[in-house]
Design a protein around this ligand. Sequence first.
Ligand SMILES: Nc1nc(=O)c2c([nH]1)NC[C@@H]1CN(c3ccc(C(=O)N[C@@H](CCC(=O)O)C(=O)O)cc3)C=[N+]21
Length: 291
Amino acid sequence: MTTLPSPATKSLDGTGVARGIRAEVAADAVELNLAGTTPRLALVVATDHGSSAWYVRQIARAASAAGLLCDVIDLGPEAGPEQIRSALSRLSADPAVHGIMLQTPLPAGADFGELAGAIDPAKDVDGANPVSQGRLAAGLPAHPPATAAAVLALLDHCEIPLLGRSCVVVGHSNVVGRPVAQLLLRRDATVTVCHRHTEDLEAYTRTADVLVVAVGRPGLITAGHVGRDAVVIDVGTTPTPDGGLAGDVDHAAVDGRVRVLSPVPGGVGPVTTAQLLRHTVRSAAALGGGR
Ligand SMILES: Nc1nc(=O)c2c([nH]1)NC[C@@H]1CN(c3ccc(C(=O)N[C@@H](CCC(=O)O)C(=O)O)cc3)C=[N+]21
């Protein structure tokens, strides 16, 4: 009997996938512009958090390169809930705006779900309104959160089969874990959702053909948590003291053990930004009107 060599791990190229999506978005934006609609995305910011500021700059740059307009409405970290709500309501009523995103984190006392209720679901390009989340769960058309959509875009890019497969999602946040589970269910995967109170996490994650981890705890997933041949999507992005980013997966420990692994940085992150733009051109096409 010979021992099989450990499988080589393929690293997912999120940057390349994002580039492809941005090219599609740019082509769609040309068509929309010719038809008289310039897709317009509005970002509402009420935080001075570094990760949000970085993301806002990134979105603005990618939007302008793809032929979309992007407005940043910076209300400052002291903004009150009513101020945020009225900005979202005004943008929802503005026919020139096709996409609206409320950045997290929010000031203390502001509830994300409550405020996102003021975003017109037709413009809710980051799937934040509880109505969008409900529609997603009910299998109705809705934009999923961009990060959740990015996870599926990466899996689809590699043609990972989902129907009937064991998919384990670690993390049950409204921005990633829950909507990813809903998207996987829509594809008839067998979905298990684990979270901070799950006992014996490894027992679940080891069974996964596809493992999606989105909790924000570096090193949570290590060699004992993954089966050979698993496809692992690492959604964590925790800043490290040296100015880098750490995912939730111990990449050195699982490398060579799993079949596919999405890196951090360069995995889900860049696809998230591209997906937000994709949702915006889709909304612009559906809404039309107003330049
Ligand atoms: N409502 C809401 N939805 C969000 O999705 C949301 C938000 N608020 N607030 C801020 C955070 C931050 N965020 C990132 C997206 C992409 C990268 C990204 O592309 N990162 C690069 C690397 C960045 C680097 O090198 O520093 C990567 O992963 O390769 C990072 C962070 C989305 N956020």
